[in-house]
Structures are given as C-alpha cells and as structure tokens.
Design a protein around this ligand. Sequence first.
Ligand code: PLP
Length: 366
Amino acid sequence: MPVTTSRRSVKDKYVQSYPDDLSVLDEALNKGLSGSSSAVANYEDALGEWFGLSHAVAVSSGTAALTVSLAAAGVSPGDEVVMTPTAPLCTVYPIMAAGATPVFADVRSDGFGVDLGSLDKACTARTRAVIDIPMWGYPTEVDQLQAFCDDRRLPLVLDLAHSPGTTLHGESLAHYGSMSCFSTHERKPLATGEGGFILTDDSNLATVCKSYRKFGNLSGTSLGMNYKLAALPAALGLSRIRYLAEQIDQRRANARFVLERVTNPHVAELKVIDGGEPNYYSLLLRLNFSDNDAFIDYLDERGIPSDIKRYGCRCLYEFPAVSSYRSDCSRSAELLASITTLPVHGGVTQADLEYLVEVVNSYEGG
Ligand SMILES: *Cc1c(COP(=O)(O)O)cnc(C)c1O
C-alpha cells in the first residue's frame, strides 16, 4: 500500500509547558531557591504518595540518583556491580565513576529482564549490588530478581528512568527494589528540565541517601557530595506530577491505537511479561526483517525517529569508554538489533498516529 498521507515529522520528545508553571515558580521563588526549600520537601512527599513508597529523595539528576544509590548500597572502589548491557551509557558511568567494575549479565530471550542463570554466573564475592534497567517503560521480572537478590543479601537498584507508571502485578516496579532511581530530564515522562529522585521503603537507606546528597550533612563523619535538587525544578515537579497519570493513560491509548492497526507481518510488539503493564515511554516493536536497519532507516527518512538510531544502541561494552568491561551477551546484542521504538507520547497527534501506522504497513521489505 503506498503512503498517501503527505510526509510528516513526528516529534521524538514532548516539551510542554503547563498553565500553572509560572504561578508555582513564582510561589517557590519566595520560599528560597536551594535544596533546603520547603518546595523540595513537598515534592518528595508527593513523589512518595504517587508511587506508594515511604521515602523519596530528590536529587539533581538521574545520574545523581544512581550515584547516591550506589554509595548508599556501599559500593566502593574495587567492588563489582552487575547489570545488563542493553542499558544506556547513563547507567554504567556512575558505576565506573565510583571506581567499581561493571559486570554484564545477559538478558532473557524475549525482553530486557536479566537472565537469572547469567546473573548467577556474573556474581562473585566482590559483587556489591545489582542494577536492573527496564527499557522504554517495559516491565521486567523484578519480582524474581528481588527474590534472587534477597537470597544473596545483595541490594537491588532499579534504574526506572524510563518507567514511572510501569507496573508489575498492579504495583509500581519501585515496589520491588531496595532503591529505585528516576530521572526528570526534559525527555522523561515527568519533566523538570534536569532532576531525579530515589524511592525506597527502607528508612535507613533513605537516611543515608539524604545525607550523601548533602555533603554527609557536613558533619565530617561520612563522605558526601552535593546532589541536592534546587527548589525551582522541585516546584515544577510538584505541580506537573498531577498530570502524570493522565499522560501515561494517553500513551497507553496511543500505543493501543497503533498496535490495533499494524498489519505488517514482520513487526509485533515486544512481549509484555505476565502481570506487567508498560507506561509506553515508547512503543517497542520487535522486528523480523532480513534487514532491520533498513526498516528503521525507512521510518527515519519519513520523519519517524527511533531511539535505536538516535543513540546508536548496542551492547554497552561495544562503546570505547566501556570496552575494558567486555563480555559476551549474545541475547542482548540480538535484542538490540531486532527492536525499534515508536513515539506515542502526548505530543503525538491523532494524524501522527495514523501516519505511523500507514508508514509501518507500507514498508515492502521482507
Ligand atoms: C535519562 C536516563 C538516565 C540519566 O538521567 P539524567 O537525569 O539525564 O542524569 C539514567 N538511566 C536511564 C535509563 C535514563 O534513561
């Protein structure tokens, strides 16, 4: 079927301003600008409530959230941290910056969850933490992973930067980790420009995280850095979180619209695990063409961006900066070579959605 619609350009991110942004910023300006402002504490309360966890610690970025979590988990130079290589560079750099060694375990065959056999082989006496990274908002088997980590008394850090609103058995994925890390960078579902936060139900870990982000409370007894979130992004976050559930519903509806209409036999949604529900940060298609990159290029040439192309996604140890931690995770490589993302965020219009379907279905490669 030829593409009849004229060429469109589908936005790869949704930068939105909200009617109350200026008023909440104005109010926050009068309460102080630093991380000690009541705007930050109020934002943390709202985060804990939204996700259903007892403690939220706001920090300056998702990277800061990972850095602080690793410190709270006791990760020190020479320790090992196990993760899958399908994550972004943003997840592995904090491990390396802590002087620890990233050790890669392979994914399962049908998604981004870590294979427990591969994880077991990757764990040594030096393993100090495990990081799981559900990609593009698709849930992973964090329940099984938590049981694995509990057995071995290993902290489980979840990098949920893509996954606010993603659930397993009706609960936020954050419910399953020792600590869960989020980013509120402009591209993420809850956007404050730059920013991040940690969620935990463990009050000791929350105390350590809060201390570490603030120079160890300047007591001089334990190391810390400054990773506090400033008051203005916190005020934006506090205001914008009220729209988050509705926006995730919109993403889910958009994904459904596309999936119900895609008829190209070489594409299917990535398998959603039993009991899980993605937030549709992106819609993930599993591709089965003789040349998957040619399909991704075809979409790209028609104004439909893919994160796979944009970030040059490959196993992390294939990047020069990470190559000294090379491993052989063949299923991870296969997975990254056989998927693409489709934008379904709130900035994608109904006409865009119809266009997406039309372009996917019009591709004639096999
Ligand atoms: C965005 C992102 C980060 C880093 O967050 P920043 O706020 O940009 O520092 C970490 N991990 C994942 C999976 C991300 O998508």
